[in-house]
Write a protein that binds this ligand. Structure first.
Ligand SMILES: [Zn+2]
Length: 146
């Protein structure tokens, strides 16, 4: 990444799209150890409310790539055909998120993109890794399935 991106940078970008965003530990208290565990390196979006919740990250680049992934869900998910498999939604949301970030002059390191693609490994059936591997080869120069 060109520079360390901050929560206020991400807030400003969300504002440009009119998408409400909340950051764990800043906009709401993370109380119990169980809740903390759930929100470490994890984020989500509420499609019904078109809003984003960003968890706790000790690496701002991972926070940023997750933010753009969730932003892509909010901005683009309803444009995908309803019969798309969940995994197609997911890979599209990472791809679209990375390109939205590029539109704001933000590019991600190989490490961050590998991390993002690794998030999908856990819930992707083996037969569907081909598309993720193709994208990984294009972006980081190697497949991630091995
Ligand atoms: Zn997602």
């Amino acid at each position: 990444m060109i520079r360390q991106i901050s929560i206020s940078d991400l807030r400003a970008i969300a504002d440009q799209y009119g998408v409400p965003v909340r950051f764990a530990g800043v906009d709401w208290e993370v109380l119990t150890p169980e809740e903390r565990k759930i929100w470490i390196n994890a984020s989500c979006c509420m499609l019904d409310e078109s809003s984003i919740e960003i968890g706790l990250y000790d690496d701002n680049e991972l926070m940023a790539i997750s933010f753009f992934h969730e932003l892509a869900h909010v901005l683009h998910d309803h444009m995908l055909p309803a019969d798309s498999e969940d995994i197609e939604y997911e890979i599209d949301a990472w791809k679209i998120g990375i390109s939205i970030a590029a539109g704001h002059g933000i590019s991600f390191s190989t490490k961050a993109i590998s991390w993002a693609l690794d998030q999908m490994k856990t819930y992707t059936p083996k037969g569907m890794m081909a598309e993720i591997d193709k994208y990984a080869e294009e972006k980081i120069g190697r497949p991630i399935s091995q």
